[in-house]
Design a protein around this ligand. Structure first.
Ligand code: GLN
Length: 454
């Protein structure tokens, strides 16, 4: 009831939820009470969570914040949310996001911008919560849920977590099932939690993870006890510091925060080692070929026939064109055009195949560092703190907006786990985050190291 009340009081302003499910929440909470009374509590019994609008929730609004999925209510539940409900969690509603998870500011949503609960000291300007999981981050930061599901294709869990002072982890590719999650770029997409503490994130990820035969890329590995790893400490660990992430023009306060994070880890017994990840500078351009290519293919299914919006015309071709013209927003159309271009016969080898080769090199950079004894890599999570909604320079220059992902996309390209953890504030009191990157399927080390920083 406290969370339902908080949503009613604050959501008009923050625009974090696109649909609420108070009746369902009360039913689920009553069922949890009954289980608790019998001493049968699940891992997340009675914990009220928000769900990113990208996850299919049976009978409940699921539109990936797009007009083209108008009125879509799936007949099935995503594996990740089904796992959470199995463990007793309670659904409060569906959370706003960038349309089809394409964006870094939550400004591409059909439902409008989400507002970051933080403001710069002495300013009334509304700031973005980051994206694409902006609704998840804003709702967690503003106490409109105890935790939220999110997804990360190029940074969409970690960047919004950094902008809102929350913890967000993208697990290793294959750790969480993608079944029932609306696809953006299938070889990069992973679900994960946004939560207020490292421990909360560990508990949520434990529930969300696990093998699922319905996703061919789901990995058949036992889920470790993530919560038990949180207090394990960092004694004896080697933390890599990649020199390529010291970008020109990086704000001094982000550089200082990064050094501070290293000091905290050293004070707890970790060793710091300078490393090189030489292909870092190619990650962003290669990502913006691979991700739109996969997106253009995945989005072909929205044809006005099978789901959501239908705009009829004189024939079937007209129906496809009119539906897609009306249903997709500008950023989604941009991605479809880039994607179909790089996949077209004359350009496939020059762009798409080349980007896949670069991807292999990026993955190998990390493998070399891990083989040389590095246990985890520490970097800033974002190149800046949260920026203003409607920033004209960013709106006019999509590449400047894409630069938000410069520290996060490498992790998706390499399939590795990455966590963003709040580490401090900028000069105006806005949250700043650090990122830890781990070995494949070693989320436990990330939780332990993030706990030292938080
Ligand atoms: N901001 C990146 C993009 O727009 C990443 C999005 C994501 O991780 N879903 O593609």
């Amino acid at each position: 009831e406290a969370y339902i009340g908080a949503i009613d009081a604050a959501n008009d302003k923050l625009n974090a939820y696109v649909a609420t499910t108070p009746d369902q929440a009360r039913d689920m909470a009553r069922a949890s009470d009954a289980k608790l009374a019998k001493g049968e509590a699940g891992l997340l019994e009675g914990i009220p969570l928000g769900v990113k609008d990208l996850f299919a929730t049976k009978g409940v609004h699921t539109q990936a914040a797009s007009h083209i999925l108008d009125g879509f209510k799936p007949e099935y539940e995503s594996t990740v949310t089904a796992n959470l409900w199995r463990d007793g969690a309670v659904m409060l509603g569906k959370l706003n996001m960038d349309e089809f998870a394409m964006g870094s500011s939550n400004e591409t949503s059909y439902y409008g911008s989400v507002i970051n609960p933080f403001r710069a000291e002495g300013s009334n300007a509304n700031l973005v919560p980051g994206g694409s999981s902006g609704g998840s981050a804003s709702a967690v930061a503003a106490w409109l849920c105890a935790g939220a599901t999110a997804t990360d294709t190029g940074g969409s869990i970690r960047q919004p977590a950094a902008f809102t002072g929350t913890v967000g982890i993208k697990p290793t590719y294959g750790r969480c099932s993608r079944w029932g999650t609306v696809a953006f770029a299938s070889s990069l997409d992973q679900a994960g939690p946004i939560a207020r503490t490292v421990e909360d994130a560990a508990l949520m990820l434990q529930s969300m993870s696990g093998f699922d035969a319905k996703d061919s890329t789901s990995v058949d590995l036992a889920v470790p006890d993530f919560a038990a790893a949180v207090e394990r400490g960092v004694k004896g660990l080697t933390i890599g510091v990649p020199r390529e992430y010291r970008m020109d023009g990086m704000p001094a306060e982000i550089e200082a925060l990064w050094n501070q994070g290293l000091e905290w880890l050293k004070a707890e017994g970790a060793t710091v080692k300078d490393i090189s990840l030489p292909h870092t500078k190619y990650a962003l351009p290669a990502y913006y070929i691979v991700a739109p290519a996969e997106a253009s293919s995945n989005l072909a299914r929205y044809d006005g026939v099978k789901y959501g919006l239908r705009v009829s015309g004189k024939d079937i071709t007209d129906l496809y064109e009119l539906t897609r013209a009306a249903g997709f927003g500008r950023e989604v159309k941009r991605r479809i055009m880039i994607g179909t271009y790089v996949l077209s016969a004359g350009y496939f080898d020059a762009y798409y195949v080349k980007a896949q080769k670069v991807r292999t090199l990026i993955k190998k950079d990390f493998e070399d560092a891990f083989n040389a004894g590095v246990d985890a890599v520490l970097t800033p999570a974002t190149p800046s703190a949260a920026f203003a909604i409607g920033d004209e320079a960013l709106a006019a220059d999509p590449v400047a907006m894409y630069l938000n992902d410069v520290f996060t996309v490498t992790v998706n390209m390499a399939g590795l786990p990455g966590i963003a953890v709040p580490a401090g504030k900028d000069g105006k009191g806005l949250p700043l985050g650090l990122q830890l990157i781990g070995k494949p399927f070693d989320e436990e080390t990330l939780f332990a190291a993030a706990r030292v920083i938080e």
